[in-house]
Design a protein around this ligand. Structure first.
Ligand SMILES: Cc1cc2nc3c(=O)[nH]c(=O)nc-3n(C[C@H](O)[C@H](O)[C@H](O)COP(=O)(O)O)c2cc1C
Ligand code: SF4
Ligand code: FES
Length: 569
């Protein structure tokens, strides 16, 4: 097998880049796939040799990740997202058009090897839905017609212009927005260090290094009331204070940039448009806990993951970073004590770490005052689905949800009524139109029975079929369940099947309660929170939209043509 000099150089760099060689495995597999279109037997042996692994160890990791292929894909690998935000804006129409136009199905390759097709889960372009990815390029706001044009150009050997930044990241600022961590969005060359420096960049780091001790940095972050933006909302300063000071082992900072929660697409623009802010935040975090090494874990790209939702979970992410399958670890011990390579580690979301320079610059109290008591600062919200102005907005924590939807995001298109809202990513319980008149902070949304989650809001109008929504959400979790524990593996698979059958008009009356019961049986009984993430939205849909399930018992979906649906799946 002939390997190009570029790939050889990349392999050699990676082999020496990590404290433990195996960590280079997934990035090496990704680079190999970039060159050959797939990872074949010879390449597996080559990589195993370079990393002192057995081929079976490379194979078991390779099999786990959906972005890695053992068979050749087309020169242009077309990935069509049909997850919630895309589904609401015609994602399935794009998929049908793709099948028709390319004359191939899911995971198939055209005879000439030019195209392959894959129906995929959220690609983090929700505010530009419906979206597709072709190799590493994104195309957004598609119609079947514009999709055809892209295929036509690719077929003719041309490259249609992909979107440069995610649609929705750049829009005229609303006066009620409070741009702090997104303040450089739209500024020319914002990703360059000179521009960052011109806007006060790295001043916080200088202050942290010259004027502050590790303890005073942690105190400042505690004062800011910053809570993790990755989903769980854990207080950041407290997390950092758990790292033992007397542990002689190396310490690590990991940035969780997996961004896998459907509906969420804020971390990518934060990194694309203001990468230095994140780096500054990571270095300050490193000083606070005494770490001298950090990793940014991104699916598909710095340290590459390879497409598994579960790898967003912090302990599974560390397994993945160590070059293994992304199975979660038993907790305790928590990562702050036993993390990456068995060493103390903090893991934070991109948005959390990006907020750190502002906290140090303006002081913890000033940052806290931008939000509400116990919910400090600002939050990036991505709003997608049936909304007039889908986009990424930076708002003060505590802003009213109804006001946000109707004023800042422009309300519901075509004069339709609002039916439901996913407030912060598809694992959150859904809220009805009557429940949204409340402040958007962690505590108020939790009190109302849902979660702020990862900031991925998805809005549904009155014409949305909620059974179909439950079906699509469960399809995702069943697909992403790593299969490690039985309640999640079996529960999500059965629920997916039941919901598909139900929506196709083949459900039984007793299934309605069974769907809720099965979901409740998963709650709190799975090894990691993915089981809860699958159960919570489902329970809320059955409870709040039961009548729509009953309507389906007559064999028809009131909102869609049942036959078309059967054909689509
Ligand atoms: C199944 C699952 C997927 C997750 N995916 C992500 C993710 O994509 N990005 C993220 O930052 N956190 C994700 N989390 C949360 C992480 O486990 C962890 O709480 C977070 O990275 C901590 O950072 P924070 O305190 O800054 O929020 C996920 C959790 C679970 C259970
Ligand atoms: S809950 Fe699901 S994703 Fe988590 S360990 Fe169990 S099977 Fe894997
Ligand atoms: S990009 Fe399709 S749902 Fe997020």
């Amino acid at each position: 097998m002939q390997i190009s000099p570029q790939l050889t150089a990349r392999f050699e760099r990676l082999q020496n880049a990590y404290p433990v060689k195996r960590s280079a495995l997934i990035p090496m597999l990704m680079y190999a796939q970039d060159e050959f279109g797939f990872v074949g037997e010879e390449m597996i042996a080559e990589i195993a040799g370079r990393l002192d692994l057995r081929t079976v160890q490379v194979e078991e990791t390779l099999e786990y990740y959906s972005m890695l292929h053992r068979k050749p894909m087309g020169k242009h690998h077309v990935q069509v997202c049909t997850n919630v935000a895309c589904m609401l804006r015609g994602g399935y129409d794009i998929l049908e058009q793709a099948k028709k136009r390319l004359e191939i199905g899911h995971k198939e390759v055209t005879k000439d090897g030019v195209f392959s097709l894959e129906e995929v889960e959220c690609i983090g372009a929700c505010t530009g839905a419906p979206a597709i990815q072709v190799n590493y390029d994104f195309y957004e706001n598609l119609t079947p017609l514009s999709f055809d044009k892209i295929i036509e150009e690719l077929d003719a050997g041309k490259k249609p212009a992909p979107v440069e930044v995610i649609s929705g990241a750049l829009h005229p600022r609303d006066p009620q927005e409070t741009p702090l961590i997104s303040r450089l969005f739209g500024v020319k060359d914002s990703r360059k260090i000179d521009v960052y420096l011109q806007h006060g960049g790295y001043q916080a780091l200088e202050k942290a290094l010259k004027e502050m001790t590790p303890a005073s940095i942690i105190d400042e972050v505690k004062k800011s009331n910053l809570r993790g933006r990755g989903g769980a909302g854990f207080p950041t300063g407290m997390k950092w204070s758990f790292v033992p000071k007397d542990n002689p082992k190396p310490k690590y900072v990991i940035c969780n940039a997996d961004e896998s929660e459907p509906g969420t697409c804020k971390d990518r623009p934060l990194m694309e448009m203001d990468p230095h802010q994140l780096i500054e935040g990571m270095v300050i975090a490193g000083r606070a806990i005494g770490a001298n090494r950090g990793f940014i874990y991104i699916r598909g790209l710095i340290h590459t993951g390879a497409g598994a939702y579960e790898c967003g979970e912090e302990s599974a992410l560390m397994e993945s970073l160590e070059g293994k399958r992304g199975y979660p670890r038993i907790k305790p011990p928590f990562p702050a004590v036993v993390g990456l390579y068995g060493c103390p580690t903090i893991i934070n979301n991109v948005e959390t770490l990006s907020a750190v320079p502002a906290i140090i610059r303006e002081g913890g109290e000033a940052y806290a005052n931008r939000g509400t008591p116990k919910n400090g600062g600002t939050r990036l919200l991505c709003v997608a689905g049936h909304i007039n102005k889908p986009g990424i907005y930076e708002i003060p924590l505590g802003m009213n949800m109804k006001k946000f939807i109707y004023e800042m995001a422009g309300g519901i298109p075509n004069g339709k009524k609002l039916k439901a809202v996913i407030p912060g990513g598809s694992s959150c319980p859904l809220m009805t139109a009557d429940e949204i008149d409340l402040p958007m902070d962690y505590d108020s949304v939790a009190k109302a029975g849902s979660m702020m989650g990862s900031g991925g809001m998805v809005v549904m109008d009155e014409d949305t079929c909620m059974v179909d929504m439950a079906r699509r959400i469960m399809h995702f979790y069943a697909h992403e369940s790593c299969g490690w524990c039985i309640p999640c593996r079996e529960g999500t698979t059965w629920l997916r099947k039941m919901l598909e059958r139900f929506h196709a008009g083949l459900g039984r009356r007793e299934d309605i309660d069974l769907i809720a019961e099965l979901s409740k049986n998963m709650l709190g009984r799975t090894f990691c929170p993915l089981g809860d993430a699958a159960a919570m939205p489902t329970i809320s849909i059955v409870e709040k939209f039961r009548s729509e399930f009953e309507d389906h018992l007559n064999g028809r979906c009131a909102y869609k043509n049942t036959e078309a649906l059967l054909g689509a799946r």
